[in-house]
Write a protein that binds this ligand. Structure first.
Ligand SMILES: [Mn+2]
Length: 321
């Protein structure tokens, strides 16, 4: 890790035009990391831009951006067309599959790339030709970025530590997934530096009707196998985030080792989310049906299939386990 941090610092010093990007439909880990990284660069007297999200439907991230605006933090969002790519360095956070980045055109335009991620390596992996750090044992990109902050020994304003803590909460689902002693160690460091725990919780608070709705789908769960459950949103279109949260919640129940959730989005897409308490590697499971992720969180998007067919498909995938 230290070797990578040396490489990262040298690359940052070499380039004046630094572009930060995360995955499409960003979350608090990827975008939170990019926002804080841009502040780290500012402290290093380097200007940067963040590729602006086209799809900002993550409510917790929206609340975080509003919170930063209230603190007068300027987030340097720019769309691909207005970003200069000559002599530039692109740092990609929280994604290594070239199909899932916020802007593929930009990815192809920039030659010099660094990848910082914690997902399993995809067959369409972006080449981090300047450097890459991809560690599946890390809970989140926040964990890696916080280690970099420590390495640099840079102090930030407290709101940035709050954003990092929120990213950690997001990817571990409040320390339920992928959590190691380092995760707690990083959380402790963030709190010592002024992260606001109450504020972090507030980002994730949801309206009563949303929670009640989620539990309606949970109460109608399908048992696919011992300790394996599926929840289905079949009465409306929804976002991939709604599906992911359903799978997250289902894993909190006793005797659930693997939770799956599905729902259909716009344009006939079917979102599938899978969560595991660690007994089963769900990234391998989702890879079988064109997706990916980490050991305990993974997902895929299916096309040209119905909800009914997806249920059958998942039953078959689970039977193979
Ligand atoms: Mn992440």
């Amino acid at each position: 890790m230290l070797e990578f941090f040396d490489k990262l610092t040298n690359a940052i010093k070499k380039y004046d035009n630094i572009i930060l990007m995360t995955h499409g439909t960003p979350d608090l880990d990827g975008m939170g990391s990019a926002i804080v990284f841009s502040e780290i660069l500012r402290k290093m007297n380097k200007k940067s831009v963040i590729v602006a999200p086209k799809n900002l439907i993550n409510k917790a991230l929206n609340k975080t951006i509003n919170y930063l605006n209230e603190k007068n933090v300027v987030i340097p969002f720019k769309y691909e067309k207005s970003i200069s790519t000559t002599d530039s360095l692109l740092i990609v956070f929280d994604v290594n599959n070239s199909d899932f980045v916020e802007d593929k055109t930009l990815l192809e335009k920039v030659d010099n790339k660094i990848v910082i991620d914690h997902h399993s390596k995809s067959i369409n992996k972006i080449s981090g030709n300047i450097g890459e750090y991809i560690d599946e044992d890390k809970s989140s990109v926040v964990e890696i970025n916080t280690e970099y902050l420590r390495y640099l020994n840079i102090k930030l304003d407290s709101e940035f530590y709050t954003v990092l803590l929120a990213g950690l909460f997001n990817d571990t689902y409040n320390f339920n997934f992928q959590t190691t002693s380092l995760t707690f160690n990083v959380a402790s460091y963030l709190l010592e530096n002024g992260a606001d725990l109450k504020q972090t919780h507030d980002f994730f608070r949801e309206p009563l009707e949303v929670m009640v709705d989620r539990y309606n789908y949970i109460s109608n769960n399908l048992k696919l196998k011992d300790n394996v459950y599926l929840c289905v949103i079949d009465d409306k279109t929804c976002s991939n985030i709604t599906v992911a949260k359903l799978a997250d919640e289902m894993l909190r129940f006793q005797n659930v080792d693997l939770s799956l959730a599905i729902g259909s989005g716009e344009n006939g897409k079917i979102f599938v989310s899978a969560r595991s308490n660690g007994n089963i590697d769900v990234s391998k499971l989702m890879q079988k049906i064109g997706g990916g992720g980490c050991k305990s969180l993974a997902a895929t998007v299916l096309e040209n299939v119905s909800i009914k067919e997806t249920i059958e498909l998942l039953k078959n995938v689970i039977r193979g386990e």
